[in-house]
Ligand binder design. Structure first.
Ligand SMILES: [Zn+2]
Ligand SMILES: [Zn+2]
Length: 440
């Protein structure tokens, strides 16, 4: 059999990305800030499986939504179960709330949840097939103050991350008591325009007219421009609820703008819906966070009826926006001020052990253990911006000593190995850290 000269090379699946080392600090920062704020606002963390019964999302998100109709990754297991890679987190949170008896705990239950979600969308800039969300949900409370608190914890997370110029776009789509009247008005408005609607909207007109407002098709967007507003058809209870949410936002001076056609792409929303968008942004990819109230979802998924509200942050979009706004994020690891260099086998072993000693003493050290030439190692030390090089040559290895070389001045001194930690601590206090190009 002929040998293949070259092995097959692989690529990550389309629309799915590696988070490479330069991006890691942004991810760390995102999760540090969002978790800290979740705790401050009283949210407990949970984690759920990436796979769930496909039925959960069909029931939860709605059959005629883009997400369920076109974008779910589904699979049949060997045991015959029909599962889906979760396309969002809320349905999973509610499933867990019901399954684990959260309803028996004091209400409301506040949950923070984050992780990857999957949608088989057409790949385009800013849209990925695997992306990450961080969700804040409050289940078991109707008071409009919790709508405002969900918006606030998300808004605060984004601003704590350093983002500027954010606006909360907000609307109320009412509840069961308002929908019939609005749906009739909407159908009346669209009736003589059906021919101009896209294929999907023709179907939506019959099955789920509200979804037409969510269509991205250019023709449909134009027709929408003079469609009736949801807020004009709210009953008193929904109207008062919405008014109250806005008053709480006013109380914190949270910048918001009323968006009468905002309905969100999922079926489970009631009353409040919102998106957070940076001012200068254009296009739908720039929505950094979104959410709303979902008062019927718990019952719809088989639980005892419980009102709820939640919102989710798109992690990749937020990180892209942090980079676009040039938000400064500290490196994950402080720069190592000392560098260990060695010559010969015995010295290498001693250096290897000394490296551990520094870690236990909370002193960051760097090394280039694979290199054997002292000159080459010192070049690395210089590039990394080390203040001190600790050199163990063949002689020092036998004598149990170390040469301390101050990189800036070139001055060096021989120190007993057993005193090296204290000596380094003393000198680092005295020397002013060097500045190198990579500090910015
Ligand atoms: Zn359409
Ligand atoms: Zn209502």
């Amino acid at each position: 059999m002929a040998r293949q000269s070259k092995a097959k090379s692989f690529q990550a699946p389309k629309g799915m990305n590696d988070v490479l080392p330069p991006a890691q600090k942004y991810w760390e920062k995102f999760f540090k800030v969002s978790k800290e704020l979740a705790l401050y606002y009283g949210f407990d963390g949970i984690d759920t499986p990436i796979l769930e019964s496909a039925e959960l999302f069909k029931k939860g998100i709605g059959l005629n939504t883009d997400v369920v109709e076109h974008e779910m990754y589904t699979l049949k297991t060997k045991g015959g179960d029909f599962l889906a890679l979760r396309p969002e987190l809320t349905a999973s949170v509610v499933r867990s709330y019901i399954e684990n008896g959260f309803a028996n705990q004091p209400q409301p239950v506040k949950i923070f949840h984050s992780g990857p979600v999957f949608r088989h969308e057409a790949a385009q800039a800013g849209r990925y097939r695997e992306f990450h969300q961080a969700d804040f949900d409050i289940i078991g409370e109707t008071d409009p103050i919790v709508d405002a608190q969900v918006i606030q914890v998300i808004y605060a997370t984004l601003t704590e991350l350093g983002l500027k110029g954010l606006t909360v776009h907000i609307n109320s789509i009412g509840d069961k008591n308002c929908w019939n009247k609005y749906r009739d008005e909407l159908k009346l408005y669209y009736r003589n325009k059906i021919n101009r609607l896209c294929k999907n909207c023709k179907k939506r007109f019959k099955e789920n007219p509200l979804r037409m407002l969510d269509c991205k098709d250019e023709g449909c967007v134009a027709i929408k421009a003079s469609a009736p507003n949801t807020v004009d058809y709210l009953d008193k209870a929904c109207h008062d609820h919405f008014k109250s949410v806005l008053e709480f936002l006013d109380e914190l001076n949270t910048p918001y703008s009323l968006d009468p056609y905002l309905v969100r792409g999922l079926d489970y929303y009631t009353r409040t819906v919102f998106e957070i968008i940076p001012e200068e942004a254009t296009g739908s990819q720039t929505t950094l966070a979104s959410g709303g109230r979902y008062d019927y979802l718990v019952a719809q998924l088989g639980g005892k009826p419980a009102p709820a509200v939640g919102g989710s942050i798109g992690v990749e979009r937020v990180i892209n926006e942090m980079r676009r706004q040039n938000v400064k994020v500290n490196a994950l690891k402080p720069r190592a001020r000392i560098f260990l260099a060695q010559l010969g086998d015995l010295a290498k072993k001693k250096s290897f052990r000394l490296f551990e000693e520094f870690r236990k003493n909370n002193i960051y050290a760097s090394e280039s253990f694979g290199r054997d030439s002292i000159k080459a190692q010192l070049r690395v030390a210089d590039r990394l911006g080390a203040d001190l090089a600790l050199i163990i040559g063949q002689k020092e290895a036998l004598d149990d000593t170390v040469i301390i070389k101050e990189m800036q001045s070139g001055v060096q001194e021989v120190v007993p190995l057993e005193k090296i930690i204290d000596e380094v601590k003393k000198r680092l206090k005295k020397i002013h850290p060097r500045t190198i190009a990579s500090d910015n």
